[in-house]
Design a protein around this ligand. Structure first.
Ligand code: ADP
Ligand code: MG
Length: 719
């Protein structure tokens, strides 16, 4: 049997090795030093070439092939100055993580030597073998190839490792038939869809903006545990979460961890990771302890959502890699430990113009406020119309342990608006009565509306979707997932709502374009939307049973599990929506649905088999060894007799539950992937829970020195 040395876990890291007090730690010198910024390119390219590149970026068009070689040469020179020997097209397949295949700049010459080369063709396009990435059936077997294509709207960067560096070129990934096989392509399309939908509304309102995009700031939660413990837990290694573990005597009830002083070892890790993020131009801003023991958060300042999504992937990667230097492991799973808080990734989302205006910022003038209310109403309508899609966008086997449990947003999608904003909308709606528009609006106070709250301090942690002053915060997203899909959905559903509301606004306006009639027309639109979609607004406690009942009365969806959610993805309304806005074709959507089923099935399948393995080969033997040891002790002892009975009772329960788990693990559940997925949810997960219940009971009885797994107390409290 194995013993876990608590002292070594707490001490075995060597901070001195990494201590860095060099001036390079100063943000100014480091920030974006490993990013090929536009400014850097401007200095390295001739004026006409740079202008052409810039035009490409502004119009989101494809790069002029005649300048590609020149741009590639500049990129290679810059990368080699930074120490890079290789380049890679960096992309985001449907697995949710990132993929990279490194090629060196090396080209052999006829004289037996070599030179460094990198052509325009290699920059613009590459052909990774796509057959090992999930495609949901999009890629027929006879055409296994896929290609990656440069996304010039997200800057190239240098990824460093202990023995060198690689030039990373953000790319989209598609099949040869032109179908997206990645998460970036639909995100880029949705950004364009939002632009196309919002600009006409803004023009009606007299805006001088040329372009609209979405912004995103994602708050990443994660756990840190000592490396020794991690490798002692096959469940963490194989599945990212603990499949066993009795509750420790102390959880998060003391509430002493949140925002508490950060231990030096952890702080050093954070500082190290942040320095790497700064070099990559990732604007990390905030770090703190989270609610659960051993849980932390890191948040960057918001950015254009495509870049934010790329940066978010890098943040996860850097956290994972850097923790290891400090003898720690970063757990990004949504629910690594039962009974303590899980981890989410709050997505702070807003829309903004190229002129720097945030469309979700209440303004100082009544007119600005009308515009704000229009876009706010659009978001309310979007969320109500497409509750199912928001739920789908955060659905995963991992997140099921969070959503709907008593400590994370519920699986029911609703919006928290805060008291002030709700009050304004209520008054706008009810004040109208049967009277004319003007009277209703003007009746609200001078001159059109009361001043709106800016950055309302009101926080409601239980809402999955909250207005927080000048942005919406989508809190249901899971800690380990890519934010690309949730943001794709948000952009698309808001584009849908805005375009519908713009049609109504035009009708209400008729031929008039005066400020006053515009304000009145917007007020009328907002009033209609709010009356029709008020049911989605909920400012109360989302964890309460009362809300579950109330939500049902209101007719809101409660898609409790991932499989309930995935099923709705391909509903006719959703296919039409994604096709209309050219974000996903029907085939692409159905392929994604297939991939979601498949990933769910595989995830739970691995968990089921890991549970079986650990129970069978580690926990049951531990219980039996302990029983045997008790057998060696004086049998007349009441303690021995009592304990033996208890242990052997639970060992029997474990044995029986294990038998059932082995049986369902061996079954397929059906031919189709969704049938297999349902088998996992309906038979494997419950069987795993029964095994766990008996095992966790044993953990409380069996002597520590017999117990084969590091326990919750060690993992959560030893740093
Ligand atoms: P919180 O509201 O959660 O207390 P902050 O106000 O600091 O914390 O914001 C959290 C995240 O929201 C940060 O990433 C921040 O950059 C981002 N954020 C702030 N304003 C916006 C905005 N207009 N659009 C998108 N994200 C934003
Ligand atoms: Mg927040």
């Amino acid at each position: 049997n194995q013993e876990f040395d608590v002292l070594s876990a707490a001490k075995s890291w060597r901070l001195e090795d990494f201590a860095d007090h060099s001036p390079s730690a100063v943000i100014n010198d480091v920030y974006a030093s490993d990013v090929l910024t536009l400014e850097e390119l401007r200095q390295r390219l001739s004026r006409p070439v740079f202008k052409s590149l810039q035009a490409t970026l502004e119009k989101s068009s494809t790069l002029d092939p005649s300048i590609a070689d020149t741009v590639a040469l500049a990129m290679k020179t810059w990368a080699m100055e930074k120490g890079a020997t290789h380049y890679t097209h960096w992309f985001q397949p449907l697995t949710g993580s990132t993929a990279e295949k490194h090629d060196s700049f090396l080209t052999p010459t006829t004289d037996g030597l070599a030179i460094a080369t990198f052509s325009g063709k290699e920059l613009i396009q590459a052909e990774p073998d796509a057959s090992s990435f999930p495609s949901g059936g999009l890629r027929a077997t006879f055409e296994a190839r896929g290609y990656t294509a440069w996304d010039p709207s997200s800057p190239a960067f240098i990824m460093r490792h202990s023995n060198g560096a690689t030039l990373c070129i953000p790319t989209a990934f598609a099949s040869w038939t032109g179908e997206a096989l990645d998460l970036k392509t639909p995100l880029l399309r949705s950004i364009e869809a939002l632009n196309q939908a919002v600009m006409p509304a803004l023009k009606l309102m007299g805006s001088d903006a040329n372009k609209v995009g979405s912004s995103l700031g994602a708050e990443q939660e994660y756990f840190l545990i000592a490396e020794e413990y991690y490798y002692g837990r096959p469940d963490l290694v194989m599945t990212g979460r603990t499949l066993f573990g009795a509750k420790p005597p102390r959880g998060q009830e003391l509430e002493d961890h949140y925002f508490g002083a950060i231990p030096d070892r952890v702080l050093s890790f954070m500082a190290d990771a942040e320095k790497q993020m700064y070099a990559l131009g990732i604007p990390v801003k905030t770090r703190h302890n989270e609610v659960a023991p051993g849980q932390f958060e890191i948040a960057p300042i918001y950015e254009q959502s495509n870049v934010a999504a790329d940066h978010q992937q890098l943040i996860m990667q850097i956290l994972r890699n850097t923790a290891r230097k400090y003898g720690l492991v970063a757990l990004l799973h949504e629910k690594p430990f039962a009974g303590v808080n899980g981890s989410g990734k709050h997505c702070n989302w807003s829309m903004g113009t190229d002129t720097g205006e945030n469309l979700l910022e209440p303004g100082d003038t009544p007119h600005e406020n009308m515009q704000f209310l229009f876009f706010c109403a659009a978001v309310i309508k979007a969320v109500d119309d497409h509750q199912d899609l928001l739920r789908v966008s955060v659905a995963s086997a991992q997140n099921d342990h969070r959503l709907g449990a008593n400590e994370a947003p519920p699986a029911i999608i609703s919006i928290f608006l805060g008291d002030e904003l709700t009050d304004i909308l209520d008054r706008l709606t009810s004040g109208q009565g049967g009277r004319g528009t003007a009277a209703g609006v003007l009746g609200l106070g001078a001159p059109v509306l009361p001043k709106l709250p800016r950055h309302a301090g009101d926080r409601n942690r239980t809402s999955p979707f909250a207005f927080t002053g000048n942005k919406f915060e989508f809190r249901a997203a899971g800690s380990s997932q890519s934010i690309s899909f949730p943001i794709t959905v948000l952009n698309t559903i808001v584009a849908d709502a805005v375009s519908q509301l713009t049609v109504t606004l035009k009708e209400k306006l008729g031929g008039s374009r005066s400020k006053r009639s515009l304000d009145e027309a917007i007020a009328a639109v907002v009033r209609d939307v709010y009356s029709a979609h008020k049911r989605i607004v909920f400012n109360g406690d989302g964890y309460s049973d009362a809300w579950h009942k109330e939500a049902e009365k209101r007719g809101l969806l409660n898609l409790r599990t991932t499989l309930d959610a995935i099923e709705t993805f391909s509903a006719a309304k959703n296919v039409t929506l994604f096709e209309d806005f050219k974000v996903l074709s029907k085939r692409e959507l159905e392929a994604r649905q297939e991939v979601m089923y498949d990933i769910y099935f595989k995830t739970v399948n691995i968990e089921g088999e890991t549970t079986e393995y650990i129970a069978q080969t580690m926990i049951l033997p531990a219980a039996l060894s302990y029983l045997a040891a008790l057998g060696d002790v004086d049998v007349k002892s009441k303690a021995v007799k009592g304990l033996s009975e208890e242990v052997s009772g639970l060992a029997d329960d474990l044995y029986e539950a294990l038998g059932k788990l082995r049986k369902v693990n061996a079954e397929e559940g059906g031919e189709e992937v969704h049938e297999k997925a349902h088998h996992m949810r309906d038979h494997v997960l419950p069987a795993m829970l029964d095994v766990r219940a008996a095992a966790d009971g044993l953990e409380k009885l069996v002597a520590v020195k017999y117990w084969p797994l590091p326990n919750y107390r060690q993992m959560l409290f030893v740093k």
